[in-house]
Ligand binder design. Structure first.
Ligand code: AMP
Length: 289
């Protein structure tokens, strides 16, 4: 039996991307969209495969969005590997890759930024004040350009998902947000483009993120409910080996990110730490019990 081989259409101009999206819409084809910053791994490809299974056409964007990086962050060293990303997208059968330049997305004179309030003032928003305005702005621009029916986002960036959910709701966007659970390496490390910065030793240290979350889950299952006790045991676990700088350990409401004193009802445990020069995040949800 012959299998259909698809060619990946590469688009870098906004006007061409809009034409392609319009041609899909005119044929009543559903568009699935996966925004990424590239350096693709199995986590990204899991989102892509869900779109391929559900939608008639899948568009992936690769754009390292300068607006979401603070002045002291890793914009210039963020990993970029377009050619191997293209091969990965071709191999799974993606229809369109949109990879604009920063001048295309933010030409001189760009003045508009989108700010979701309140939920952005916790967790990553505290230590990365530019992050969510940058994310909301670029995602809204990408939605306007690509006109997706469905957009796929990973639960690894739990707070980002909440921000996009709010953006869609508040601005009455006709996009269905699809949440995809965290994809992990066999040893538990949450997949991330930034993992490639890690030395062998740092990678061993990074394993303590998922291990400390697992330990917290076990403690809660055994009856511990005090957020303070759980936070301390996570801190101990993370600091045991050295080489970790903790940004936050949050035990909070998964919708509004307010800290909890007791683990009761649905609870998010979210971590951000620096291992070497890499800022890593991980999280888990404690379902109501
Ligand atoms: P990024 O390229 O890091 O901006 O990620 C692009 C999308 O992939 C975001 O929606 C992320 O949440 C998602 N993603 C990244 N890593 C993972 C992972 N390990 N599991 C699930 N989704 C992920």
């Amino acid at each position: 039996m012959e299998t259909e081989t698809k060619t990946l259409q590469e688009v870098s101009s906004i006007s061409e991307m809009k034409e392609v999206a319009l041609s899909f819409r005119k044929k009543s084809l559903t568009i699935g969209f996966v925004p990424t910053m590239g350096c693709l791994h199995e986590g990204h490809l899991t989102l892509v495969k869900q779109s391929l299974e559900t939608c008639d056409r899948t568009v992936v964007s690769i754009f390292v969005n300068p607006v979401q990086f603070g002045p002291d962050e890793d914009l210039s060293t963020y990993p970029r590997q377009l050619q191997s990303d293209i091969e990965k997208l071709e191999a799974v059968g993606v229809d369109v890759l949109f990879h604009p330049t920063k001048e295309e997305m933010y030409p001189a004179g760009h003045k508009t930024y989108v700010q979701v309030q309140d939920i952005t003032e916790h967790l990553c928003g505290t230590s990365r004040p530019d992050l969510f305005t940058g994310v909301s702005t670029v995602v809204l621009k990408l939605f306007n350009i690509i006109q997706p029916h469905n957009a796929y986002f990973g639960e690894k960036d739990w707070q980002q998902l909440a921000v996009i959910e709010t953006l869609i709701q508040d601005l009455n966007l006709d996009v269905v947000l699809i949440r995809v659970p965290i994809v992990r390496e066999i040893d538990g490390l949450a997949m991330s483009s930034r993992n490639r910065y890690l030395s062998d030793q740092e990678r061993q240290t990074a394993l303590f993120l998922s291990r400390s979350l697992q330990q917290a889950r076990d403690n809660i299952r055994q009856g511990t409910t005090s957020a303070k006790v759980i936070r301390n045991s996570i801190r101990q676990c993370l600091l045991e080996k050295g080489g970790v700088e903790i940004d936050y350990i949050s035990i909070c409401d998964p919708k509004n990110f307010k800290e909890k004193e007791q683990v009761c009802g649905r609870t998010l445990i979210a971590l951000a730490v620096k291992v070497g020069t890499s800022r890593l995040i991980d999280n888990c949800i404690i379902e109501e019990f």
